[in-house]
Structure formats: structure tokens, C-alpha cells
Write a protein that binds this ligand. Structure first.
Ligand code: AMP
Length: 449
């Protein structure tokens, strides 16, 4: 998933970029990095770890200049090498260049093979490095023309910010799959970031979202960024941003994430209207299930209670390499409120079920703590397909909804009942005024080579 940010025209560029990355830490905790630009030179600092660990005062003082780009890396399967941290920096014929990328390029292998066949040498496994090579090999005189031509060969879900010595180029793919917004900094200059939650912390005013297929160019030539529509737009923003990934206070493409999650919970409650279940309370799986549980409670009148307490000092559980470690981490992270739930019938709400590890562990934990019944509700449809557009869901065999029917999953997680949203429910909850990228749920891989 990852988070990206660009700051242009502010003397505290790197500091503001680090604050923006801090507020988007939920999008990636594996590594973080910033490149700044000052008097024709690019300075880069990147490392494994959290933003607060990597960007101390010393690091920020090194990152001089009035423009900066930054990145938080999300743990994906495979490499956790520091080489895979971003920004990706390179020197080439026209000078120095640095790139950050959120998304996933689906023609990465073909492009890389062609580049290698022609003598290119790669340092990392990242698709982002392809773009650097395509730009460096191009013979056009202007960087912007090189970028435009490189993008013709770049297919997939992407938001890029490319920084040269004195310009920033911002590009969102023609489907607008991953989010990207533009804001004006009250202290001067601009911010572009994956999520608008960053704007609060850096004191920026939202201007607009970057349009699908658009390139923005920030340069000294003009106060306003120049906008070029590079590709015919075919808007398909990712529904999973609303389900799980984005922070609830962000507004993505005009829709507040919190409100969409509350709607998802309300829809679950409406779907349960005629069920015979008599629940004593609605309980969220913290934190991701909270807005949906509040929506469920509002719609059904069943009281909302914090029946599960979360330890905030444990990272996200999803990405641990072995099943045993994942089980243990869920236990370290979530604990039941015994006195509240003993002898009670519970409606438990989580945002999604991927492998079924979290839900199984939670149902067992609540039953061991004395719950009479546990009815599990999922504020998204069944995830049946792997995702190639920038969400690191596991391979298809690991997806529980690929292997089992809803009834089998209910039995497997030892719940008394289990319900999901339908795909239509999800679309209606977010807002059925547009098409979404729903490939995890419906297998529609609409980005074609
Ligand atoms: P699982 O235990 O594999 O079923 O994963 C489900 C849990 O992981 C849910 O509580 C979600 O909030 C969370 N989750 C869903 N998708 C992702 C993702 N792509 N990355 C990290 N966590 C996720």
C-alpha cells in the first residue's frame, strides 16, 4: 500500500514531509525515507523502521532545501531489504532524480526483462526502479518528455512523485486506483499526499484530488502547478481504501472514510433486521472495526461496548511470516473485557477477513472469556481473489473465502453466525455514483496490458 508525500516551495520541506509521513504511518511501517532538493543537489535519508525512529533532528537538518518527497513502505511478502526502501535515487544524464511510488505495476517483469536484455543493471526488486531506467535511457532533452514517454510503458496502479533538482512531477494512473490529494500549506507552498489526514498535521488546506491520468508539475516558473492530462481517465478508485486501509479522518476522492465505514455497519444491521439473533451488545474489533460497529449500533439500537481492548504497542498482525507468529501476535494485541461479556450474546464487527486468523482467534478468546454467543459480522464482502493493484493480500490459496464457503468459515472460526456485506452493499455504502476497483471481491482485473 505505502504512503507518499511531496512538499514544494516551503523552507521546512523535509520536516513537513516527515510530519505527513508520521500521520500516514498506518500505510506502512517497514521503512521510511525522504529526499530533499537544495541548490541542484538531492539529499536522501531512508532506513528501516518507523518515521519517529528514522527522522530525528540530525536527519532532518541534513535534508536541506525547499522541496522534498517522502515514502512509508508497507511490508510486502519477500524482501525487507533496505535497498527496497524509497525514495529511489539515481544520477543520470540530466542530473539527479528521486522517485516515490505507491501502487503496483503489472507489467513490471516484461519491462524489466527488456531493460536487462539491453544491458540495464538493477539494484532492487522494486518496480519503481523500472521507471528510473526508462527515464534514464530516453534520449529526449527535457525530463518531462522523458517521464511522459516512460509512463507510456508503465501499466498498473500507481501514484508517483518524481523530484529533480528543481521540479516535482506528480502522476496518478488513469484509473485513480490509489488516492492522492493536493493541498496548500498555510506556511507557504504545496503538499501532495496519499491521504488528506496528513493535511491536519502540517496545517494545509485541501485544494483537490489529483485527477486520474493527470500529471502536475511544480516548478519555479509559476506559482501554480501546471496540469497536463496525460491519459484518458477511467475512474476506478480502490474500494479497499474505504474498507480498511485509509485513516477514518481522511477524505478520499470526496468521500469521508469514516462515514463510508459507518454506512457499511448500518448496512450490516439492516441485513440482520429479520434475523432471530438477540445480541446484548455490539463489539468492534479495534481499531479497524470501530466505525462500522458504531453504525451497526445506531441502526439496530443494540448498545455499542468496548468488549475487546487493544494493546497499541504491537504492530499490525497481518504481515507476520508464519501462522504461529500471527496467532501469538493477535493474542498479544487483543484482550477480552471479561466482566462486560460474561454470559452475554455478542455481535462482533471487523472490517475484513483475509486468512481467518484474526477472526478465529477473537471468537475463541471471547468464548473462553465467557461469552454465551458470538455472532461475527464483516463490514466488507468475502475476499476471494488476490490483489495486484497495491494491496499485499496473500496468494489465493491462503484466502479463506477462496477455500471455504461462508458456512464452512463460520464453523472454522467457531462463530454462532457469520455474515458479510454483498459487493452491492459495499458499493452502496461507499456511494454508488462511480465504479470502484473491487478485484479482491469480484476478480475483475480491469487494468490490462
Ligand atoms: P486475517 O487474520 O488474515 O483474516 O486478516 C484480517 C485482519 O487483518 C482484519 O482484522 C483486517 O483489519 C486486517 N487486514 C485486512 N487486510 C489487510 C491488509 N492488506 N494488510 C494488513 N492488514 C489487513
Amino acid at each position: 500500500m505505502c504512503a507518499i508525500v511531496g512538499i514544494y516551495g516551503n523552507e521546512n520541506a523535509a520536516r513537513l514531509a516527515s510530519l505527513a509521513l508520521f500521520s500516514m504511518q498506518h500505510r506502512g511501517q517497514e521503512a521510511t525515507g525522504i529526499s530533499s532538493s537544495c541548490e541542484g543537489k538531492i539529499y536522501t535519508k531512508k532506513d528501516r523502521g518507523l518515521v519517529s525512529e528514522v527522522f530525528n533532528n540530525k536527519a532532518l537538518e541534513y535534508l536541506k532545501g525547499d522541496m522534498a518527497i517522502g515514502h512509508n513502505r508497507y511490508s510486502t511478502a519477500g524482501s525487507d531489504s533496505i535497498l527496497d526502501a524509497q525514495p529511489v535515487f539515481a544520477k543520470y544524464k540530466l542530473g539527479e532524480i528521486s522517485i516515490v511510488h505507491n501502487g503496483n505495476l503489472i507489467n513490471k517483469e516484461e519491462v524489466r526483462k527488456e531493460l536487462i536484455d539491453n544491458g540495464a543493471i538493477f539494484q532492487t526488486g522494486m518496480d519503481t526502479e523500472n521507471l528510473i531506467h526508462l527515464i534514464a535511457k530516453n534520449s529526449k532533452d527535457r525530463l518531462r518528455d522523458r517521464i511522459v514517454e516512460a509512463l507510456q510503458k508503465t501499466i498498473g496502479a500507481y501514484c508517483f512523485i518524481i523530484q529533480s533538482r528543481n521540479k516535482q512531477f506528480v502522476i496518478r494512473d488513469r484509473y485513480g486506483i490509489r488516492p492522492l490529494s493536493l493541498g496548500r500549506l498555510k506556511s507557504g507552498g504545496y503538499i501532495v499526499s496519499s491521504e488528506t489526514c496528513a493535511f491536519e498535521l502540517v496545517d494545509a488546506e485541501f485544494i483537490r484530488d489529483i485527477r486520474p491520468g493527470e500529471m502536475l508539475i511544480f516548478s519555479k516558473k509559476s506559482d501554480e502547478p501546471e496540469s497536463i492530462q496525460l491519459f484518458e481517465p477511467e475512474f476506478r478508485p480502490c474500494a479497499f481504501e474505504y474498507v480498511y486501509f485509509a485513516r477514518p479522518d481522511s477524505v478520499i476522492d470526496g468521500k469521508n472514510v469514516y462515514m463510508t465505514r459507518e454506512n457499511m455497519g448500518k448496512t450490516l444491521a439492516r441485513n440482520d433486521k429479520n434475523s432471530h439473533i438477540k445480541a446484548d451488545m455490539v463489539i468492534p474489533v479495534p481499531d479497524s472495526g470501530v466505525p462500522a460497529a458504531l453504525g451497526y449500533s445506531q441502526e439496530s439500537g443494540v448498545p455499542f461496548k468496548y468488549g475487546i481492548i487493544r494493546n497499541h504497542y504491537v504492530g499490525r498482525t497481518f504481515i507476520e511470516p508464519t501462522q504461529e507468529m500471527r496467532n501469538m501476535k493477535v493474542k498479544m494485541k487483543l484482550s477480552p473485557m471479561r466482566s462486560l461479556i460474561e454470559g452475554k450474546s455478542l455481535l462482533v464487527i471487523d472490517d475484513s477477513v483475509v486468512r481467518g486468523t484474526t477472526s478465529k482467534r477473537i471468537v475463541r478468546m471471547l468464548k473462553e472469556a465467557g461469552a454465551k454467543e458470538v455472532h461475527f459480522r464483516v463490514a466488507s464482502p468475502e475476499i476471494k481473489f488476490p490483489n495486484f493493484y497495491g494491496i499485499d493480500t496473500p496468494n489465493q490459496d491462503e484466502l479463506i473465502s477462496h477455500r471455504m464457503t461462508k458456512d464452512e468459515i463460520c464453523e472454522y472460526i467457531e462463530a454462532d453466525s457469520l455474515e458479510y456485506l454483498s459487493i452491492q452493499d459495499l458499493v452502496d455504502s461507499i456511494g454508488n455514483d462511480r465504479h470502484y476497483a473491487l478485484e479482491s471481491f469480484d476478480g475483475d482485473y480491469f487494468v490490462t496490458k
